[in-house]
Ligand binder design. Structure first.
Ligand SMILES: Nc1ncnc2c1ncn2[C@@H]1O[C@H](COP(=O)(O)OP(=O)(O)OP(=O)(O)O)[C@@H](O)[C@H]1O
Ligand SMILES: [Mg+2]
Length: 344
């Protein structure tokens, strides 16, 4: 590593559409939107950016502003707490600005209504009674990012001309994101390390980049200059991340199911978390990875892949009953497919 190297993974970020790895359909839609805007000499159409956390919605919003060579304004949905906050955001925009409401689903419903009315009329109505005032607002591109589009009012959703749906990334795409980031930061990384980080990152660039930063920390703590497999192993052991990227809570979840199917509330008490947190935070990745499923009574159980994973983690099946259960589950999965979730 040389003296020019960066130390913080977020010191660099994509600045052009060509830097966005993967997300082909999103990138293609944006490219058409930008080309059309340039041809007509106008702003890009407004867009809804939908997808799970950490997959690049905010990164893309900034890239759109950079591609339009215009100013960029960003606000968090939950930080709009008064009409004044919304008005200030709308009045700061100039012609062709890119204005991004991140976590838009956190915006109060009355502000969502005020937002779409203001966009429709291209003006703000301020005050009341005799002191009512109408202020024009610029013709800007509105971008709304959300992990939960159905928490947005339909009239607001419907006014977004482009709907950009982000997918999880393949391991190869994540390895490419990591490679580019390491190169920009001038971090030296052994070839075998990036695909191994990608495998532990649940299809999410933010998690991949965070783990790369952890590897860098371990590497530098030893006074070394090139990130190696040993640094990755140490970083994973410090953060208790296993080879699939499961953290301590998910590993405990899997180990509970190793003894047979369980109800959500039992699993939650054994883990020590509210049931809602387990079903909304812990389970989604386990389901997506095909490690768990649900039986006809709503009990959670391991799939064949889940048992294999438990075994890989050197967790021994304790009794013949468990083994038999594992075989039964494999059989069920062969019939239903590993991701059959029966409406978790
Ligand atoms: N396709 C990509 N190519 C390169 N880097 C990416 C890509 N997608 C995301 N990143 C990087 O991953 C990190 C997380 O992305 P970002 O903050 O944009 O996610 P997000 O979808 O806005 O998450 P949240 O829903 O939590 O706001 C950032 O450092 C970003 O630069
Ligand atoms: Mg974001």
């Amino acid at each position: 590593m040389d003296e020019q190297r960066g130390t913080e993974i977020n010191d660099v970020a994509p600045t052009s559409l060509n830097h966005i790895i993967g997300q082909r359909s999103v990138v293609d839609q944006v490219r058409v939107g930008l080309d059309a805007a340039f041809e007509d000499g106008r702003r890009m159409d407004s867009a809804l950016l939908v997808g799970p956390p950490g997959v690049g919605k905010s990164a893309l919003a900034r890239v759109i502003a950079a591609e339009m060579a215009t100013d960029y304004h960003e606000v968090l949905g939950q930080s709009i707490t008064s009409p004044g906050d919304l008005n200030a955001f709308l009045l700061a925009a100039r012609e062709k600005s890119v204005c991004h409401v991140d976590e838009a689903h956190e915006m109060r419903k009355d502000f969502q209504t005020a937002l779409y009315l203001a966009i429709d009329q291209r003006k703000l109505i301020i005050g009341g009674g005799k002191s009512i005032q109408s202020l024009p607002i610029a013709d800007f591109t509105l971008l709304l990012s959300t992990t939960d589009e159905y928490c947005l009012l339909q009239p607001l959703r419907d006014r977004m001309r482009l709907v950009l749906r982000f997918e999880f990334y393949s391991d190869e795409e994540l390895a490419t994101v990591l490679k580019h980031r390491a190169k920009c930061l001038r971090w030296e990384v052994e070839d075998e390390v990036l695909p191994l980080i990608a495998m532990r990152s649940r299809g999410t660039p933010r998690l991949a980049l965070r783990l790369l930063q952890s590897c860098y920390r371990v590497c530098r703590s030893l006074g070394e200059t090139a990130i190696t497999h040993e640094h990755l192993k140490r970083a994973c052991s410090l953060e208790q991340i296993n080879e699939l990227g499961l953290g301590p809570t998910e590993q405990k979840y899997i180990s509970i199911l190793r003894d047979g199917p369980q109800r959500l509330n039992v699993i939650a008490s054994l883990i020590g978390l509210p049931s809602r947190t387990v079903s909304q935070v812990t389970e989604p990745f386990l389901i997506r990875a095909g490690l768990i499923t649900k039986d006809d009574q709503g009990k959670r159980m391991l799939t064949g892949a889940g048992y294999e994973h438990a075994q890989l983690d050197n967790i021994q099946l304790r009794s013949k009953t468990c083994l038999k259960h594992a075989q039964n589950v494999s059989k069920i999965n062969r019939i239903r497919g590993p991701n059959a979730s029966n409406g978790f």
